[in-house]
Design a protein around this ligand. Sequence first.
Ligand code: URA
Length: 193
Amino acid sequence: MIEELELIKQKCLKCEKCALSKTRTNVVFSSGIPNHKMVLVGEAPGYWEDQKGEPFVGKAGQLLDKIFECVGLSRKNDVYICNTIKCRPPENRDPLPDEKTACKEYLDAQLEILKPKIILICGRVALNTFLPDKGGITKVRGQWFDGPYGSKMMPIFHPSYLLRNDSREKGSPKWLMWQDIKEIKRVYDTIDI
Ligand code: URA
């Protein structure tokens, strides 16, 4: 598994299939120990991710660490993290359709190699990639869907969205995220690999 992923990573690091290869500082391939239990797919690298070559290392990433920690999951050991596209779009704009298409082979390969039991679809852009016809993230977050390779997929709010919505009151985005992460941990604990 690790060797196969490394081959894809090496190909991805040299990729020039779309124009983002001209503006990137680093390709952002993944973080976390490769495993068959849980993968989180985010949107695209931002400024800090592009600088460091690692996903979710900015403010949103720090919040993501805390969310996993709250239920006793380690972001490094328990979740393999990647993005729908591997290079930063300028000014953090949404990825363009041709950029997503060009990059899809890498995400597909990551999932095919890992065949994770749980896929967390983090935010609107990732939701559009996996479940384009199901409605917006507010409607579908917290629900389980059938995913590739027999996985269960759950859309969750993107941590950047949570950073913009500070309330923790019942029904608020942070409160909903807390419900979702508890459900994710419940299912995670039932997986026996
Ligand atoms: N937001 C994402 O969706 N992915 C990252 O890697 C960083 C921020």
